[in-house]
Each structure stands twice: as C-alpha cells, then as structure tokens.
Design a binder for this molecule. Structure first.
Ligand code: ADP
Ligand code: MG
Ligand code: ZN
Length: 658
C-alpha cells in the first residue's frame, strides 16, 4: 500500500517533468533561436540583400538573415561568396551534404565581427509565383526541404520518450529493491552505526547495580571467550533490556560495549518503519554480516518493539508487511549464528507487552534485564554522575534533591543537572547552588516558567484561590504529604499554578486512606473556586482527571471498594507507562457490575468533593490570607504557608480533648 503510493507519486512527478522536457524544451529552443518575420518583411529584406540562405517547404520559409548595419553587409556577402567558392573547389563534384541552418549560421558568424548581426528567421509561406524569381535576383542560395515528418517525429519525440520510459522502469525497479533510495540503482548500502569504542563505562551508569552485575558476565565473556568455551558454557545470544523511557537502557548497552572494549553496532527499530519493503530485512542481514566479520562485538537493536511487535496483530497494509519481514529476518539471523561466535545481541524496549513471543523463546532473547525508575539512592548516584564535571557550591545537598524527585527517570535527573548549570550560567554564577538545583527540579517537573503568559486580574485571583485551596486541603488531610511550595507563576503548557507536596520519605505503596486524601486534595482547588466565586472553572480539568483516575483504580484495581470487594476489574497493559490514561485493559463485566462500578467511583468522588468543600468553608479566613499573600508574592514557601494556615485539624481536636 505504502510502497504502491510512493511509486505512484514518483511516477506522476517523473512524467510531468518528462513531458514538459520532451515537448516544451524543443519549442522553447526554437523560439529562442529563430526570429519570426512576416512574409512581406521577408520580401523586403530579400530585396535589400539581407537574406543569405533560404530553405523552404510547402508551409514555411526558413533561412539566415543579416540584421546588422547595412554598411557591413557587402563585405559579409563577399566573404560568404568566397567561402562557398572554397567549399565548392575543395569538395569538387562530390557535393557536400547540405549543412543545417544552425551549422551555416555558425559558419557565417565566424565571418562577421558582430555575432548578433546574424539570426535564423522563419516566415509563413504565401502563394507567390514570383518568389523564385526574386530569390534568383537577389543571388541567394536557396533549396527546398522535403518535410520529413518521420525523421522529425522520430528524433524529436519518440526517441526521448523511449529513453524516458526506459529510465522510468529502471528507477521504479530500484525503488522496489532493497537498499535503493529514489535514485540509487545498485547494491543496497544499509546505514548501520558502528562505534569502535563507545566511550561509556559502567561507572557512567548509576542506580542500577543489579543490572550491571548481570551484564558483567557478558563483558567477561566478550573479553575472554576461551574461558567459557573450555568449560563448555553457553553464553546467552541475546539480552533484552526492559524499562520505562529514560532509565538508561541505551546508555547501559553502550557502557557494556565500552567495558568489553568491543565494537558496537547499533540500529534503531523505529528507523525501519520508514522504509521500502525489503529494506529492513536487508539491513538486518547486512548488520549481522558486518558484525560477524568483526567478532567479538555487540549488536544493539534499540526500540525493538517497533519491529518486534506481535505478528499478525490486527493491522493490515504495507507497513505491517515490511515489519514482519524485518522481524523474520532478525529471527533467522539470531538462529543462524553460533552461540559462542562472540556476537552478543542486545535489544531495548519500553513496551515488552507488545513483543512477539517468538523473540523471547530460548536461544533468542533468553536473558532479560529490567531497568526500573531509580530509587532514592539510585537517584542520588545518578545526580552524582551527572555533576562530576560541574562546579558545585558547598551548600549542595544531592540527597535532598533525590528525595524530592520520586518517580524521576535517569534522563530526568540528567536533565535537572543540566538545567541547574544553565540557570547558574544565566545568572552569571560560577557555581551551581542548591537554589539553582531546586529551581531546575521544578522546571523539569512542571515545565519552564512562563512569565510572558500574563493573566488578567480576575484570572490571577482565581488561580491564587485555587492553589490555596489545594494547599489548605492538603494541610488538613491527615494522610496527605506536607505542602512544600505554592506558586502561581504559569509554567509549561497548561499549568497556571501549582502546589508542590513532598513526602518525607520515599513511598512505594499507598494505603486506602492516603489515596482518599489524594483525591480530596485534587478536588481542593475546585472546592475553593466554588466557595469563593460561586462556580468552578475549566482550570480544574486536570485535577478532575487525576481524581477520577485514582478513584477508578481504587475500585477496579486495588479492591478498595467494600461493595465490589477484592476483585480486579482492569489491569495495566504496559507495566512501564505509569501515567494517568495509560492503556488499561478492562476485564469483561456484566452490565450490572459495570453500573455498580460507576456508582462506586462517583460516590467516592462526591464524598471527597464534599469533604474538600467542608474543609475550605471551615478555614475560609486562612484561605483568604494565603491567597492574598500569593497574589503579592506569587511563590510561597513551606514555612510561610504553615504560618498562614494556622492550626491543624487534628491538633485542634487534640487540644479540645485535653
Ligand atoms: P532509555 O534508552 O532507557 O530511554 P537513555 O539510555 O537514552 O534511556 O537515557 C537518556 C539519558 O539519561 C542518558 O544519556 C543519561 O544521560 C541519562 N541517564 C539515564 N539513566 C541513567 C543512569 N542510570 N545513570 C546515569 N545517567 C542516566
Ligand atoms: Mg533509548
Ligand atoms: Zn488544581
């Protein structure tokens, strides 16, 4: 499908250009060369002696015309006369084949000082019995031309067309063939990246010690295959790295090659998608052939899910066919090489659930290494790696940064370090201070500040109350993490303000009451808007999404609803995409159960919405203080917030009890 369309488009353009060239160009050329003159003007010129040569057929008179100053005409005519004489003598009786007008023109031009004095002219022939007499009288060479339709058509049109068709076929064949680009006819030259030394070592990858341990064995094998051969040990052919985006899969692969000091052949699965049919398979073949000549080495297929998708999975069309061919070739090659050849195939993916099971069969990618988002110590180590070449101020506390970046990937952390350096540079600082680092966290977390996005007065007020609402509800929910910062500076794409809550320690589980509180906090902004302004705004859309997502998960996945009970009704299909709205597969359920689920979810949300409104109403004066302060300062720190929020619910009750 894709291939056909490509060819069709190519052919259309090809022929548009071709026809323009074949028919347009000769016309244009003639136009430029010849001067169109009327018959009467021709006769006039003839009488003046300006016509030097004439060829005619039934319809047209063509010839060479002198258009320069009349004084020089006589000399030119005598020179031409002399030239003709000479030719006639040299040729004798064996008449020279009649030269073309263009040929004659250039001969004559050699006899003049001024090239532009001479031109080819053309005139429509008129019924004129006296023409021949006049021609004789003016002493001009003239001859009739048999108008040869055949010759003209053959040379002017048919041959170019035949040539053009031939070229077309060649190019089309080239397009269908492996490795050929639009115009490259010939052997495929697949683009494969080879690095002699990747320059990356294990020490550059932090926070995944277990994975590194597993790969060390592979390094050992590549360095010293003999040891394993002697023991008859078989090293795995393929290692698959699994993990969410940005956890260092690509980095770790390159580090593996760097540690083993072997060449690194890499190719990315997504590159295969854009290719003509057959190219992907040819590339895979080339890749393995090249690698096998350079053992020991590592072949790395990044983003293998792009080609390794489950075969026959739904879609139809050319792209699919191409992918399957590539995948088949990959499987063939993997089965084809000896285990101890010294080629290790490495692949990475963040979508293991779509991989074709054939890839995971023994003898293929039988070893799998999972790279997960780093834990707090891992994050600190990664931050350390990325601050190695940066001047850090003495007040830097990487541990605290690691604490407040739960869920961040290695790539995010690398990004934070870099942003901090950029911030420091922008402020003319020689060192990266903790403040820059914290700003960088925020920037990576919520997107860059957008000071240029000017909110109107009313909107700013609304945003201030909204954020104050979140913060205040968080403050009064016993199981919500404490508020660390509130800001009403617009950031990133959507956020007009945000409230940052930081847990005291890293959390891997959440209890039911924590989840409930989280829903309540999410709805806090909306509740504040409703109470202060009487109605809600579209700004709470994202909050609603978060709240709904949590409520649904509680009911359908965590078995936290008393009504439904401990039953799983949906599961995540991708273990690594832990974002709201990630693909979920819903278990088949009866309509009654479905409506019960809806009821449960709605009830949870309604309850928490009411709870948030109660909290806001009860602490309305604190809310106004916080919002007023925010409108002035735009940013509020934890201490300031605590001061304005007053006493905690729990504390107050305790006080009453006492
Ligand atoms: P993936 O391939 O898993 O999506 P990458 O390997 O491309 O992730 O990581 C992107 C960048 O993030 C790396 O170049 C590196 O700078 C940084 N990074 C990711 N994980 C780590 C880690 N564990 N240690 C150090 N840096 C990391
Ligand atoms: Mg990658
Ligand atoms: Zn909000």
């Amino acid at each position: 499908m894709d291939k056909k369309r490509r060819k069709l488009i190519f052919s259309a353009i090809y022929w548009a250009i071709g026809l323009a060239l074949i028919f347009g160009l000769p016309q244009l050329w003639l136009r430029m060369q010849t001067k169109e003159v009327s018959y009467s003007r021709f006769k006039h010129m003839l009488r003046e002696g300006r016509v030097l040569e004439v060829r005619m057929d039934q319809e047209k008179i063509k010839g060479i015309l002198y258009i320069g100053p009349i004084e020089r005409l006589q000399t030119l005519r005598s020179k031409i006369q002399a030239l003709r004489q000479k030719k006639a003598e040299a040729g004798g009786l064996s008449e020279e084949k009649q030269p073309s007008l263009e040929e004659l023109l250039s001969r004559f031009r050699r006899l003049t000082q001024q090239k532009s004095d001479l031109t080819i002219f053309q005139s429509i022939r008129v019924e004129d019995p006296k023409l021949v007499d006049d021609l004789d009288a003016s002493g001009v060479d003239y001859s009739g031309v048999q108008k040869s339709m055949l010759g003209q058509v053959l040379w002017g049109t048919i041959l170019p067309i035949v040539f053009w068709i031939g070229l077309w076929f060649l190019l089309l064949r080239g397009m269908g063939r492996p490795g050929a680009g639009l115009l490259s006819i010939g052997k495929s030259k697949a683009k494969i990246n080879v690095e002699k030394d990747t320059g990356v070592r294990f020490e550059d990858v932090a926070g995944c010690e277990e994975s590194k341990e597993e790969l060390k064995e592979v390094v050992e094998f590549l360095k010293n295959p003999k040891k394993y051969e002697d023991l008859g040990a078989k090293i795995p052919k393929g290692v698959l790295l699994l993990g969410p985006p940005g956890t260092g899969k690509t980095l770790l692969s390159r580090a593996l090659a760097g540690e083993a000091k072997v060449p690194f052949y890499s190719i990315s699965g997504s590159e295969f998608i854009e290719m003509f049919v057959g190219v992907g398979a040819a590339r895979v073949r080339d890749l393995f052939n090249q690698a096998k000549q350079n053992t020991p080495c590592i072949i790395f297929v990044d983003e293998i899910d792009a080609i390794g998708k489950f075969r026959g999975g739904g879609m139809v069309g050319g792209g699919n066919e191409e992918r399957e061919q590539t995948l088949n070739q990959l499987l063939v090659e993997m089965d084809g090489f000896e285990p101890n050849l010294g080629v290790i195939l490495l692949a990475a993916t963040n979508r293991p659930e779509v991989l074709d099971p054939a890839l995971l069969r023994p003898g293929r990618f039988d070893r799998q290494i999972i790279l997960d988002a780093p834990d707090v110590r891992g994050r600190e180590a990664i931050l350390k790696v990325h601050s190695r070449d940066k001047p850090l101020a003495p007040d830097i506390d990487l541990k605290s940064i690691a604490l407040r970046t739960q869920g961040f990937s290695g790539a995010d952390l690398a990004n934070i370090m870099n942003e901090a350096a950029l911030l420091a540079a922008r402020h003319g600082s020689k060192e990266i201070t903790q403040a820059y680092l914290e700003d960088a966290v925020e920037k990576v977390f919520a997107g860059p500040e957008r000071k240029s996005r000017r909110l109107g007065k009313d909107e700013r007020r609304r945003v201030a109350y909204h954020e104050a609402g979140h913060a205040l509800v968080a403050f009064h929910c016993p199981n919500a993490p404490p508020v660390a910062k509130i800001s009403i500076i617009p950031r990133g794409k959507a956020a007009l303000g945000y409230t940052l809550q930081l847990p005291e320690e890293e959390r891997f589980l959440m209890t039911k009451s924590e989840l409930v509180d989280k829903i309540c906090v999410s709805l806090g902004g909306r509740a504040a808007e409703k109470i202060i302004f009487g109605e809600v705004s579209s700004g709470a859309q994202n909050d609603l999404e978060v709240a709904t997502e949590i409520a649904k998960s509680m009911v359908c996945r965590f078995g936290m609803s008393e009504e439904i009970g401990p039953m799983v009704l949906s599961r995540e299909t991708n273990p690594f995409l832990k974002v709201p709205g990630a693909p979920q597969s819903t278990e088949p359920m009866s309509p009654e159960l479905a409506s019960q689920v809806d009821k449960e979810v709605r009830q949870l949300l309604n309850e928490q919405s009411a709870r948030a409104q109660n909290i806001i109403e009860e602490h309305r004066d604190s809310l106004e203080k916080i919002a007023d302060r925010l409108l002035v300062e735009e940013i509020m720190s934890e201490e300031e917030f605590r001061r304005l929020a007053g006493e905690k619910e729990g504390e107050k009750q305790d006080a009453i009890k006492e």
